[in-house]
Design a protein around this ligand. Structure first.
Ligand SMILES: Cc1cc2nc3c(=O)[nH]c(=O)nc-3n(C[C@H](O)[C@H](O)[C@H](O)COP(=O)(O)OP(=O)(O)OC[C@H]3O[C@@H](n4cnc5c(N)ncnc54)[C@H](O)[C@@H]3O)c2cc1C
Length: 374
């Protein structure tokens, strides 16, 4: 088989495309990945690195269950990826907090957790702490914190190490990655298979094609008769100088990366395709961090960036196969770090043989066709 004629072509070498590629390669399949360039938008290079369950899928049981499965699978996934690549992912899953400085937000979040618990039953547990409970646990927590929730399954990883480990694992197992080959057109061929034309004029052929192109998905999705369209949502982050002292907790907005810097984040902004950072948001982030943990006021911020999330119309993952063109798949999600452990296992198995995984039906794009017809 030549480089340009693959069994599977995956469009997009972000965390999602690479995780699926790894899963397919581990099952003995041949995989080529076509990717854009370094200047492309890339959520995989700008995210917060959380492996997070709290409140996910409160209003959509399949997502709560899928995320729960993903966080439980992370330790084995990390172990096998580390063994394959010798790259330390700095996985820590010792539980994580959501901190609140606003009582109404705290109450609303508790309702979401309660709802999530109904979906998960005894598989999962969480704690609710008042501000004073929390200050007893961690003396440095600020007076403005009115409460917190804690889930023992939550944690974090070094997302850039994950990205580079996936890349390295795919190459080690014989996958081929072609950067600077942004796909312009995908043509289904009579009798099966696909022809992909890159912007640089290169042509590739494959038996099956998987769209995992992040914010580059929309135009290609239409060519393969998918109805899913994704949209950007900006998140901004600060990163401090490295500090020797370890932060005693991991939270959804403040965490210490293994190299020592503290990452502060958690914003959600509708800013179109603009991934730049903005002063007022950075100020709010810094104020939030200092309210939660006042001793951070003495720590210098070194860097800030914005990055764009990839959201489906309802915010949940889409795992779809084309009805019109069998062999074409579309995969998109927010939380591609958390879900990497399943994208590399159950999702890859579903792509190989959909009859294996009826639970993934809930994530098909039928839900958008039904709502647009209604
Ligand atoms: C600020 C922020 C914080 C986040 N925090 C977390 C978190 O804590 N935990 C978590 O689980 N998730 C988090 N996420 C989400 C997570 O980062 C994403 O779900 C994940 O990175 C998406 O990966 P992807 O491969 O789908 O997309 P991307 O990383 O965007 O990759 C898409 C790739 O497709 C390529 N491409 C695009 N168009 C084409 C084309 N036409 N042809 C070929 N290639 C193409 C691009 O070059 C790019 O390499 C966060 C995201 C953001 C923005």
């Amino acid at each position: 088989m030549s480089d340009k004629n693959a069994e599977f072509i995956i469009v997009g070498a972000g965390v999602v495309g690479l995780s699926i590629a790894l899963g397919l390669l581990q099952k003995g399949h041949q995989v080529t990945i076509l990717d854009g360039g370094d200047s492309d938008l890339s959520a995989s290079k700008g995210n917060f690195g959380l492996i997070w369950l709290q409140a996910k899928g409160s209003h959509f049981a399949p997502y709560a269950k899928w995320t729960h499965k993903a966080v439980k699978k992370w330790p084995d996934f990390a172990k096998s990826l580390e063994e394959l690549t010798q790259i330390n992912l700095a996985l820590e899953q010792t539980g994580g907090y959501e901190f609140f400085t606003d009582s109404n937000e705290f109450k609303a979040f508790q309702a979401d957790l309660k709802q999530q618990q109904i979906h998960l039953g005894k598989k999962s547990s969480y704690e609710i702490l008042t501000g004073d409970d929390l200050r007893k646990r961690y003396a440095g927590i600020g007076d403005k914190v009115v409460g917190a929730t804690f889930c023992p399954l939550d944690g974090h990883v070094n997302p850039l190490k994950l990205f580079s480990a996936l890349h390295s694992a795919v190459l080690t197992l014989g996958g081929k990655i072609f950067s600077n080959n942004k796909v312009k057109n995908i043509t289904p061929l009579q009798g099966g298979g696909f022809k992909l034309l890159a912007l640089n004029g290169n042509r590739f052929y494959s038996d099956r094609v998987i769209l995992a192109a992040g914010l580059g998905t929309n135009s290609l999705a239409k060519q393969l008769d998918f109805v899913t369209q994704v949209r950007p949502q900006r998140g901004e982050l600060l990163i401090t100088e490295k500090i020797a002292e370890r932060l005693p907790f991991v939270s959804s907005t403040i965490r210490q990366v293994n190299e020592g810097g503290i990452q502060i984040g958690g914003t959600s902004e509708e800013a179109g395709l603009d991934d730049s950072e903005s002063l007022n948001v950075m100020v709010n982030l810094a104020q939030h961090a200092v309210s939660v943990y006042p001793q951070l006021s003495n720590v210098r911020v070194n860097r800030a960036w914005g990055a764009l999330r990839i959201l489906s119309p309802d915010g949940y993952p889409v795992y779809a196969q084309s009805h019109q063109y069998p062999g074409a798949y579309l995969v998109t999600c927010h939380s591609g770090i958390t879900l990497a452990s399943l994208h590399c296992s159950l999702l890859a198995e579903w792509i190989i043989d959909a009859s294996n995984q009826s639970t993934l039906e809930a994530f098909s794009e039928n839900r958008f066709s039904i709502s647009s017809a209604a």
